[in-house]
Design a protein around this ligand. Structure first.
Ligand code: HEC
Length: 151
């Protein structure tokens, strides 16, 4: 009897929390200031950025179904909001050269230390995992691209 009541209370809580807004950033498909739209980036690099970084660092997030189910939706939304705050490839051309170079340098650091893509993301997106070679290719590109800004 008691177990049944606890079960229904949990179900009720689960249903009620679905009404709490998750603060999920909205998806925008038209991003005229996007990094990839405005620069010549090799396909290999563009694909890696799209697959491993764009869900959290652009306005073009592809939300999985569980991003709509609380409480997971709160965690997903928070990571994307925080990711956008730090770096948003959809707003790239709004940055000046110095800022761009700083971001590229910081990308290199995050890749080097294997802090990005966020490990929790890789649990559900195994295709976003980067091999050591891919990591190195991206790191090299951040350096080359930063240099090209000042040519
Ligand atoms: C699951 C979401 C997610 C993915 C995928 C992701 N990031 Fe992040 N990224 C974040 C969050 C959240 C932060 C902010 C971390 C913090 O404030 O502690 C962040 C921060 C950063 C920063 C700023 C670090 C700093 O402290 O200044 C850089 C650079 C970065 N990410 C690069 C990348 C790159 C490059 C990729 C792809 C290889 C990537 N991220 C993939 C969520 C993500």
């Amino acid at each position: 009897m008691k177990i049944k009541i606890i079960f229904w209370i949990l179900i009720a809580i689960f249903l009620i929390i679905q009404f709490i807004p998750s603060g999920r950033p909205e998806v925008k498909k038209d991003n005229p200031k996007d990094l990839l739209a405005n620069n010549i980036v090799p396909d290999e690099i563009a694909n890696m950025l799209k697959t491993s970084c764009y869900d959290c660092h652009s306005n073009e997030t592809v939300y999985p179904w569980y991003a709509y189910v609380a409480p997971v939706s709160w965690l997903v939304s928070r990571d994307i909001r925080k990711g956008h705050e730090k770096l948003n490839f959809s707003e790239w051309e709004n940055l000046n050269k110095i800022k761009k170079a700083e971001h590229l340098d910081s990308m290199s650091d995050e890749l080097e230390s294997e802090e990005m893509p966020l490990p929790i993301y890789l649990l559900m997106h195994s295709n976003a995992k980067l091999t050591p070679e891919q990591r190195q290719t991206l790191i090299d590109w951040t350096g080359d691209f930063a240099d090209s800004l000042f040519e």
